[in-house]
Design a protein around this ligand. Structure first.
Ligand code: BTN
Length: 240
């Protein structure tokens, strides 16, 4: 696996997309700082030089069927590694990782389409490892960092190696079998099933109230509304 390291870059995802054709499958792009870190729904991902993880993987699987599940698989890999640091990670559907209900990790996958066909993805992940309290306070949603949760400085290189190892350990199985391969692991980190939740399809959209029932074998969220009518949620923000 190739590792490309940058001191400062606009966004590791943007670099991955721009250079997708020439980069080898499974290349890892990592930066100490991003000037234009991107989040889901065109949000900004705060990417100061705080010894955090800003990582993108170039993925060109033979079987493209399960590319949409890579973000959820990455959330499980991140939760497993975070769990080694004596904290209790939670996964908030579809793929945010939280500690004590505060976001510590965000994942953004960007599909690469050639001639109207999905050919691969740039899978980006940001994890707050060593942020100062001020940086965290300035984030507009509840957020945290591993050093704040544990009271210790975190060795970024060691964390990164563990994350890459954990992700690639079962990656080929996920390529062949999709969400079902890691569904049990995913469910182990969820704590919203059975609860009243709100779904916000996009920023500024109205929140809709449901009960979260289960996750189906494709990784979609199954909810029921006030009339007990079932609905499948394919994307959006979960609030609970
Ligand atoms: C989110 O929760 O909104 C997703 C955040 C994804 C951030 C990572 S940091 C590395 C990679 N490069 C980016 O510009 N974004 C992703």
């Amino acid at each position: 696996m190739k590792l490309l390291k940058f001191a400062c870059i606009d966004s590791t995802n943007t670099y991955g997309k721009t250079n997708f054709d020439t980069l080898e499958d499974k290349t890892a792009i990592i930066a100490d700082e991003q000037t234009h870190g991107k989040g889901r729904f065109n949000r900004v991902w705060v990417s100061k030089n705080c010894e955090n993880i800003y990582l993108s993987l170039i993925l060109k699987p033979q079987n493209i069927t399960y590319i949409p599940n890579f973000t959820q698989y990455m959330s499980v890999a991140a939760a497993k590694v975070l769990g080694d640091y004596n904290v209790q990670p939670q996964i908030k559907w579809p793929n945010d990782v939280l500690i004590n209900n505060k976001k510590i990790c965000g994942i953004l996958s960007e599909g690469i389409v050639k001639n109207n066909k999905l050919t691969g993805a740039v899978l980006g992940i940001g994890i707050n490892l060593n942020c100062d309290a001020k940086t965290i306070e300035n984030i507009d949603k509840p957020a945290t960092s591993l050093n704040i949760e544990t009271g210790n400085d975190i060795n970024k290189e060691e964390f990164l190696q563990k994350l890459l190892k954990t992700f690639f350990e079962n990656y080929e199985n996920v390529v062949q079998n999709g969400f079902e391969y890691f569904k049990d692991d995913y469910l182990r980190y969820t704590d919203f099933l059975g609860k009243t939740v709100y779904i916000q399809p996009r920023d500024n959209d109205k929140r809709e109230k449901y009960t979260a029932k289960t996750i189906d074998n494709q990784g979609n969220l199954i909810v029921t509304d006030a009339q007990n009518k079932e609905k499948i949620i394919y994307s959006g923000d979960l609030i609970y």
